[in-house]
Structures are given as structure tokens and as C-alpha cells.
Write a protein that binds this ligand. Structure first.
Ligand code: PMP
Length: 437
């Protein structure tokens, strides 16, 4: 056991975490599928950290690559300078997209990737002489991080309320979650493709030539694991093509194998113009994000008489050597262990296992795709999240880490998960559901 530190100086991301400070859950080590808690217990990681540790914890090749890199070249500026690993990593990332994407731009997080993608979209129209395209369209219950761009297109009221007025000219599509029609459906629900037609309605409200981009998560993760209905993303693509609007997929969660393909766009069969990633790119080790753009976008910035037009945008740590070293070692593991398609193999077992919880107390929906699952609970006395929080706490006490978001328990284990871990995860969740009122 490790002594509990004084916990007063740290401003935690969620300021309402008073209960956590009274009853801390501190993680002190991690290996494979398990965390070690400060009181010396092994806790099964049912969430891949925060949807990022896709190859499992403590992977030696990543540790050693970062150690080597920091000793050899600790930092290199990314403005008018570079270092070889950044180019190699970019090439390998683009390679994962099978020619669908042409370039990547490195950031340090999902939030930065989103802000970068929105800026690329706006600037792209401008360099092509379509400067009137400034409007952005997000989606209700979309989560795109905490930068002002991501907040503005994101669709979560409570996240926005202290920070208005945010970016002007943003509309939101309706979200895709519908318990009345889709409860307990497996994979992508059949109902709701027509929801994408709402984009036509929004376009009709404005002049189409004022709209720059639509941004959606192919599968919304952190707002409750909301599945795209069959045909939904295809329809968004068609409408964007019809009006010359760029389509951005936020793949910060779905990228790097979560749905059984390197990226969700490959699994779901719809290619975006820009794609934001982070998290799994370095297996959750060194912070990094990357924005991918399809062939032609980068060229628009580089061609024409004003060939000096550069995107005046970049971060001190864009393509940081440590992140690149971690990223390259991570991609090696993904390739050697075929992890980016492993979710497809396990989807059946994982899904059946989760759906066996149907009928447990307070369970009103179960959804799954790839290695992501969700168990939605009815709210207790109209207090959203209260029951899910108790389930999360009790699972942790019993040695299983799940996530809760609103009234939904979300699970997304590392892609190295074995059947026995799925049994432990779902078995414990079932016991807890029976014990929590
Ligand atoms: N986009 C999506 C879809 C996310 O899920 C997240 C984080 N959960 C972000 C953006 C923001 O990423 P970060 O926390 O790394 O800034």
C-alpha cells in the first residue's frame, strides 16, 4: 500500500470531485490488463485507461523507445525544423488509411486535433476563394474536447454553460440515440438513417455556400456510446458532397482499432475529408494527437500563385520526439499483434456477454460495436447519473474499472483483452447491478 498524499493543492478536472477526495481511488502502477491501486489491489482495466491504452499497459517496447529517444534527442522545434521520426510516423499513419488520407498534422491531444481540424476546414475554403464558408455544424451529445472550437461544435450543455458565447455560426444536428426504437439492438441500429436528413434542413436555413464543415464522432463515445444508425453516415457524406461541405470525423476514441479496423471510417464504409485522432496513437503514453486530411486538402494550401500560403497554426510540441518514438513503437505492437482488427474477432463474444445482462435490475438498454459496450440504466428518483455512479464505485471496489457517463456504464477494454477478462468484467458488472438499488 502507498500512503495517500495531501490532496488539497491539485485542482482536479472535475471540480465536483469532493467524494473522490474523501475516498480516493489512486492508481500507482499498471501492467497488461490491470492497474494496481494505492491500497495494493489489482483492478481490471475495463476502459483502456480513458479509451487510449489499446495495447495494454506497461508495454516494454514503448517504454524503451521513449527512454532511448529522450536520451538521444529530447526536443526539436517543428517550425522550419524537424526530426526523422516525425516524418516516419506520419508516413506510417497515412499508410493505415489505405490511401484514403494524404497527410497528418501533429497535435498534443484530442481537443487540439479538433481545433486544428476546424481551422483547416475554414482555411481550406478560404485559400480556394470560398471565404463565405464559415458556418460549422456539430451534433447534440457530440463531444469534441474542451478547446473553444470543440466546445462550440460539441453538444453538451453543461460543458458549455460557464464559457459562452463561444464561436458564432454553429448549428447542431440531432443526436442518434433512440431507446424507443433501438433498445437492446446489437451493432448499428436499423432505425434512424433519416436523422441525417436533418442536415438538409439546417442547410436550407442558411445559404449552403456559407457552411464550412460538419463534425461528428462516427460513434459518440464519451456521451454514452451512441451508435450511428445504418446508412446515417453515408447520408451525411452524400449531403456534404452535394453542397461542397467538408465532413470531419472525430475519431479520437474510435481510431486505432476500437471498432475492429484501424479507423471507424474503414469499418463503417464512409470516408471523411478530415479525421481527428489522439489517445491510442501512443497507447496513452506520451500525449499526442494527429489530424488526417484526405488527398487534395494539403495541396490546396501549397498550390497556386500564393504558394507561400501556410496554415499559420502549430504547437510547440507538434510532433514531439518522445511522442513520435512512442507512436512508432505503438504502431509496431499494433501490427505485430494484429490488434487493430482484433475487436472484430472478439465483437461476438463481447457483445453476447454484455447482452446477457439484459433483465438485470434497472437495465434499460445494452449496445455494443467492436470492443465498445454500454449498459444504460434507468435514473434513480430522476437524478441523472446517481445510479451509474454507484455502479462504477462498487465495480471499482470489486476490482473492475468501468466508466460512467450520465446513466450509462461504458466499457472499452484494451484490445489485448482475453475472454477470461470479458468474463470478469461482465460477471462483476452483473453482480454489482444486482446489489445496487
Ligand atoms: N474528441 C473526442 C471524440 C473525445 O472522446 C475526446 C476525449 N474523450 C476529445 C475529443 C478530447 O480529447 P482530449 O481529452 O485528449 O483533449
Amino acid at each position: 500500500a502507498v500512503p495517500t498524499p495531501d490532496m488539497n493543492a491539485l485542482w482536479m478536472p472535475f471540480t465536483a470531485n469532493r467524494q473522490f477526495k474523501a475516498d480516493p481511488r489512486l492508481l500507482v502502477a499498471a501492467e497488461g490488463m490491470y492497474y494496481t491501486s494505492h491500497d495494493g489491489r489489482q483492478v481490471l482495466d475495463g476502459c483502456a485507461g480513458l479509451w487510449c491504452v489499446n495495447a495494454g499497459h506497461g508495454r516494454r517496447p514503448i517504454v524503451e523507445a521513449v527512454q532511448r529517444q529522450v536520451a538521444e534527442l529530447d526536443y526539436a522545434p517543428g517550425f522550419q525544423m524537424g526530426h526523422p521520426a516525425a516524418f516516419t510516423l506520419a508516413e506510417r499513419l497515412v499508410g493505415l488509411t489505405e490511401g484514403k488520407m494524404g497527410q497528418v498534422f501533429f497535435t498534443n491531444s484530442g481537443s487540439e486535433s479538433v481545433d486544428t481540424a476546424l481551422k483547416i476546414a475554414l482555411a481550406y475554403h478560404r485559400v480556394r476563394g470560398e471565404g463565405s464558408r464559415t458556418r460549422l455544424i456539430g451534433r447534440e451529445r457530440g463531444y469534441h474536447g474542451v478547446g473553444f472550437g470543440g466546445l462550440s461544435v460539441g453538444g453538451i450543455g453543461p460543458n458549455r454553460k460557464l464559457f459562452g458565447p463561444l464561436l458564432p455560426g454553429v448549428d447542431h444536428l440531432p443526436h442518434t440515440h433512440n431507446l424507443e426504437h433501438n433498445a437492446f439492438s446489437k451493432g448499428q441500429p436499423a432505425w434512424g438513417a433519416h436523422l441525417a436528413d436533418e442536415l438538409e434542413r439546417i442547410v436550407a436555413l442558411h445559404d449552403a455556400s456559407t457552411i464550412a464543415a460538419v463534425i461528428v464522432e462516427p460513434m459518440a463515445g464519451s456521451t454514452g456510446v451512441l451508435m450511428p444508425p445504418q446508412g446515417y453516415l453515408q447520408r451525411l457524406r452524400e449531403i456534404c458532397d452535394k453542397y461542397g461541405i467538408l465532413l470531419i470525423f472525430d475519431e479520437v476514441i474510435t481510431g486505432f482499432g476500437r471498432l475492429g479496423a484501424p479507423f471507424a471510417f474503414q469499418r463503417l464504409g464512409v470516408v471523411p475529408d478530415l479525421m481527428t485522432t489522439a489517445k491510442g496513437i501512443t497507447n496513452g503514453t506520451v500525449p499526442m494527437g494527429a489530424v488526417f486530411c484526405r488527398p487534395g486538402i494539403y495541396e490546396a494550401f501549397m498550390s497556386g500563385p500564393e504558394s507561400a500560403i501556410e496554415l499559420m497554426h502549430g504547437y510547440t510540441y507538434s510532433g514531439h520526439p518522445l511522442a513520435c518514438a512512442a507512436g512508432l513503437a505503438t504502431l509496431d505492437i499494433y501490427a505485430e499483434e494484429k490488434l487493430l482488427t482484433r475487436a472484430l474477432e472478439l465483437e461476438g463474444y463481447f457483445g453476447e456477454s454484455l447482452h446477457s445482462l439484459r433483465g438485470q435490475p434497472n437495465v434499460i438498454d445494452i449496445r455494443n460495436l467492436g470492443l465498445v459496450g454500454a449498459v444504460e440504466l434507468s435514473s434513480r428518483d430522476g437524478k441523472p447519473g446517481a445510479r451509474a455512479y454507484d455502479v462504477f464505485l462498487e465495480c471499482y471496489r470489486r476490482g473492475v474499472m468501468v466508466r460512467y457517463t450520465g446513466e450509462t456504464i461504458a466499457v472499452s477494454p484494451p484490445l489485448i483483452v482475453e475472454r477470461q477478462h470479458i468474463d470478469q468484467l461482465v460477471g462483476t458488472l452483473g453482480e454489482v447491478l444486482r446489489s445496487v438499488a
